[in-house]
Design a protein around this ligand. Structure first.
Ligand code: PGA
Length: 253
């Protein structure tokens, strides 16, 4: 069966000392998540990855993730980081298709397909993000939009490849805005995503896929969101930068 998972997306925040202090505090507060706790993924900026990975408790529920990777294995791509390099510093996960990457860096479904492949070849587990804008929601086109993101960006993977993928539903209008999707809105889209997986792959794949909610999830609303049958955890931005809040979210199942 699928795993519950909480991932902290630090985005472009925290210096190295601040990052180390944060993981020390998180592991003190939530390090005993125990056998029934969720998998925990910490996603710092690139230069912090190795050091933060070393500071995480080893061999348990804590894992290291990156926020992006390049689609090529190596080469003359100044300033870029390959999935292979990420794996070599201890990353197990990589966030791909975040709306900020799509919006500010022009990442489209074709590019994301290549990044997914590169991540999988390097042995990384992608956390693949989808989500609609406010305009799309208000035009009643949420389902069509999400379906297209899944079909064009993700469902080209083979069954074996798809097994490695976690999906994050992140409505753009809820990211960093303090405006969370209601648990019913989240559940409705998560159930829809699971149906789409069953169509593209099979019922077992749909049951096994971890689907996270992201977008102003916090210590106050996590329990309600995670109580929904198709919400298997969260991709947490702002609240992952506060140890007490992130630990509370981890303990919200
Ligand atoms: P937020 O960000 O929790 O700050 O809304 C979530 C995300 O963008 O992954």
């Amino acid at each position: 069966m699928r795993q519950n998972l909480v991932a902290g997306n630090w985005k472009m925040n925290l210096t190295y000392p601040e990052g180390l202090a944060l993981v020390e505090e998180i592991t003190r507060l939530a390090g005993d998540a125990g056998a029934t706790g969720p998998e925990i993924v910490v996603c710092p900026p690139f230069p912090l990855l190795h050091g933060v990975g070393q500071a995480l408790p080893q061999g348990g529920r804590f894992h290291l993730g990156a926020q992006n990777c390049h689609q090529k294995e190596s080469g003359a791509f100044t300033g870029e980081v390959s999935a292979k390099v990420l794996a070599s510093v201890g990353c197990e996960y990589v966030i791909l298709g975040h709306s900020e990457r799509r919006q500010y860096f022009g990442e489209d479904d074709e590019l994301l397909s290549q990044k997914l492949k590169a991540a999988l070849v390097a042995g990384l587990k992608p956390i693949f993000c989808v989500g609609e804008s406010l305009d799309t929601r208000e035009a009643d086109e949420t389902f069509a939009f999400i379906s297209k993101q899944l079909t064009d960006g993700l469902f080209h993977l083979s069954n074996e490849e798809f097994e490695q993928v976690t999906i994050a539903y992140e409505p753009i209008w809820a990211i960093g805005t303090g405006r969370t999707a209601s648990s019913a809105q989240a559940q409705e889209v998560h159930a829809f995503i699971r149906e789409q997986i069953a169509r593209a792959y099979d019922a077992q794949a749909a049951l096994n896929t971890t689907i996270l909610y992201g977008g102003s999830a916090n210590a106050q609303n996590a329990r309600e969101l995670f109580s929904q049958p198709d919400v298997d955890g969260g991709l947490i931005g702002g609240a992952s930068l506060k140890a007490v809040d992130f630990a509370t979210i981890i303990q919200s199942f």
